[in-house]
Design a protein. Structure first.
Length: 264
């Protein structure tokens, strides 16, 4: 995956249209979904910030497509509560309180930890083959982290986790987690990537695959609980000092979150 240089996130106080680093989707099909997925990734990483106005024509120009699929994708985000319409101006990212983000991280843990445990417990035959097929996605996540490609990281990470959860066979679980992930805010990712710390979390994806193939439910629930526990600590920028972050990683304190505790 080609690395993209991370642009500076717009200030939360800006109220004018902002320049984003967006992939070109010219000539591709299913533009509405592709544009929507890219915009969600920008929301999650904080590249699109509350208080900043974004216009469909300007975004369309950056995507290399017409304004129609971009406007449709933005309206999908409106329906999901991620942005709001500003009449005659464009769209503004909605803000979420710390308590709301904490609640969503806790809900993800309550859903994903036991479901992933069941996937590991039931990992035989075709399901095991499907788990092995997730290795390339795990590598793509690592490559994105290595290149500080936060949008690629979020997009591949989302595909990885949703594909893993889908092996349980409950489409409602996948849909709920997809929505929760889209509403997450991981403003600390850019700092971790810039300081070379994001790579340290990539091993957890391979650990999930290994736990599933070993049919080790306990190992799976432990690594997933730890992974989600990062949401409201390191990844959400709740720890402000980089040295403190490094200490937390090296001492293993980032692994303390458990499914019976609110993450963060």
């Amino acid at each position: 995956m080609a690395a993209r240089k991370a642009p500076a996130a717009p200030s939360a106080g800006r109220t004018t249209d902002a320049e984003l680093e967006l992939p070109s989707f010219e000539g591709r099909t299913n533009l509405r979904q592709q544009v929507g997925d890219s915009l969600r990734a920008h929301l999650v990483t904080g590249r699109m910030r509350p208080g900043v106005l974004y216009s469909a024509p300007r975004l369309a120009e950056q995507f290399g497509v017409s304004a129609t699929p971009v406007r449709e994708a933005m309206l999908d985000l409106v329906a999901e509560g991620l942005v709001e319409v500003v009449r005659n101006k464009g769209f503004r990212v909605t803000s979420l309180s710390d308590s709301e983000l904490d609640a969503m991280a806790e809900l993800r843990a309550l859903i994903e930890v036991p479901v992933m445990g069941l996937v590991a417990e039931e990992c035989t035959g075709e399901r095991a083959a499907a788990v092995r097929a997730l290795r390339p996605l795990a590598r793509a996540i690592r490559e994105a982290a290595s290149g500080s490609d936060l949008i690629g990281y979020i997009e591949n990470d989302t595909d990885f986790h949703l594909a893993f959860l889908a092996l349980h066979g409950n489409d409602q679980v996948v849909q709920v987690v997809r929505e929760l992930r889209g509403r997450s805010r991981l403003y600390g990712l850019e700092r971790l990537a810039n300081d070379g710390l994001l790579m340290r979390f990539c091993d957890e994806h391979d650990a999930m695959i290994d736990a599933a193939l070993a049919r080790d439910r306990s190992a799976m629930t432990e690594v997933v609980a730890s992974h989600i526990g990062h949401l409201r600590s390191l990844w959400a920028a709740k720890v402000d000092d980089v040295a403190a972050v490094d200490d937390l990683v090296q001492t293993g304190q980032v692994d303390q979150a458990r499914p019976d505790e609110p993450a963060g």
